[in-house]
Design a protein around this ligand. Sequence first.
Ligand SMILES: NC(=O)C1=CN([C@@H]2O[C@H](COP(=O)(O)OP(=O)(O)OC[C@H]3O[C@@H](n4cnc5c(N)ncnc54)[C@H](O)[C@@H]3O)[C@@H](O)[C@H]2O)C=CC1
Ligand SMILES: CC(=O)C(=O)O
Ligand SMILES: [Mg+2]
Length: 603
Amino acid sequence: MWKLARFAAASLARSRRFSTAIPGPCMVHKRGADILHDPWFNKDTGFPLTERDRLGLRGLLPPRVISFEHQYERFMNSYRSLEKNTRGQSDKFVSLAKWRILNRLHDRNETLYYRVLIDNIKEFAPIIYTPTVGLVCQNYSGLYRRPRGMYFSAKDKGEMMSMIYNWPANQVDMIVLTDGSRILGLGDLGVQGIGIPIGKLDMYVAAAGMNPQRILPVMLDVGTNNQKLLEDPLYLGVRQPRLDGEEYLAVVDEFMEAVHARWPKAIVQFEDFQMKWAFETLDRYRKKFCMFNDDIQGTAGVALAGLLGTVRAQGRPLSDFVNQKIVVVGAGSAGLGVLKMAVEAVSRMTGCSETAAKSQFYLIDKNGLVTTERSNLDPAAVPFAKHQRDLEGLAEGASIIEVVKKIKPHVLVGLSGVGGIFNEEVLKAMRESVSTKPAIFAMSNPTMNAECTAIDAFNHAGENIVFASGSPFENVNLGNEKIGHVNQANNMYLFPGIGLGSLLSGARLITDGMLQEAAECLASYMTEEDIHKGILYPSIDCIRNVTAEVGAAVLRAAVAEGVAEGHGDVGSKELKHMSKEDTVGYVRENMWFPEYSPLVHEK
Ligand SMILES: NC(=O)C1=CN([C@@H]2O[C@H](COP(=O)(O)OP(=O)(O)OC[C@H]3O[C@@H](n4cnc5c(N)ncnc54)[C@H](O)[C@@H]3O)[C@@H](O)[C@H]2O)C=CC1
Ligand SMILES: CC(=O)C(=O)O
Ligand SMILES: [Mg+2]
């Protein structure tokens, strides 16, 4: 039975940076040097002498025992020295050097790695996640030293059911899966895309307290259409063009069946699949497995929370969302996911049909404004194509600048993957917006693919805008002690809570209702005071709190929708009887926190 008192005590201990409470023991099936080479159990010089005796480590380490606090300090000192020593070098060089030092710690001592990550999440997220993770993926074959996660390739057809048992952990809760076909805005990076599931799962541990022993990054290597990679002698993936059609689906089907056979309750997050497979696989598996597509569904929730925030920032009631004119640039998995969720929200608010709710939205892709005149339109974009009668004089294929000048939108959202397309002319045109506080969301990643920079947005579109980007930018100094706030509109605010809430509810499936509750929870997180300053999302420093709230909202929605089957000792009936506060407490209590546990050897 879940106990509030236990949670309160645990959270109090955690609020102190280094708790004195002794964590429960951890069973280990290894001895001696094998433990030192296993980053999960390794404590480096931190093994107490009694443990060194018990585990056959005596003599394998320098004699002095160093405390966790000192190990932590030592790492941070090395990190600060690296910062000092690389001053003046190119951004790329510095970012990769920082990633390397963190990655080496990750490979050596996971407890210390996750502790420094959690404590310094604002500083380290841009290294283990966007933007540096993009650079890492681009250079992955050269950077590769040790394997992490699992690789299933086109050549493993028929073998996956047995391969899945090669993974050493008995239990897996969370899998992030990619086929490397659309890595951030960087295109097809083949097997090198594995950096994304690794980075996303690091965020799961840091933000959601997922147990790192129970996570699994997976690469489905079905080939690549990136000619440069195919010709690169260092390239580590299968050197063949991507599988397509039924052949492709057969590989994904086999993988999903294998996962389900070994870990029936594992949640699978699909990440950075090219659009056609993103939609197809979501449709194919969402009624059968506990899975979601982060780029379609996670992004949509974060964007919707931001869009609702911009209504509040204008000093208008939320119900005014139904009158906001919104232009979305990018008709891919992310842009269409955002439109779908936003249209559903308008339809819910007004009680009108989704067809009527679409009138305020405009969709632009690489061929310009998307209208019903377009031939060969992707089926997923068809519902958002503008009818002739609603075009207000705009033509099929109208450019971004033509649309912005004509529509004068409240919000301009970029999910195109094209750096700089919100150019000076487009940003200046946003000054004519019908909104008192126009919003510009340059959501594409990594930084060089953002539709505009924060500085350009404030310089050209005016100081009263609300600005958000997918990768972090510094706040902008507007002079006269005024600050242009930069928000990070990134699905990292939701996917950890979606995963954790689904896990702790024991959800069979991830429903639209669960995703909607996640978005609404994030939308209501900010105070009016912050929102009026243009701050739409919480600081990443409090990401664990955000995730606890979002996770609880997802859990409660899973219960309400009848898909919660319970988790561990907590059955669905107990979940049902938890109050809102109890649910948040239950979620918090189940967040893993890195500290050294006494190791007990078991044969
Ligand atoms: N901030 C966040 O949380 C997230 C950001 N993204 C970013 O969104 C971007 C797009 O992702 P997906 O939709 O999955 O990609 P996608 O490849 O499925 O779609 C890209 C879309 O942009 C359009 N496009 C390309 N060039 C254009 C141009 N010059 N003008 C207008 N439209 C153009 C394409 O026609 C296509 O519709 C990526 O950079 C990705 O990193 C994706 C998910 C989450
Ligand atoms: C953030 C993310 O999921 C993307 O850029 O694809
Ligand atoms: Mg993604």
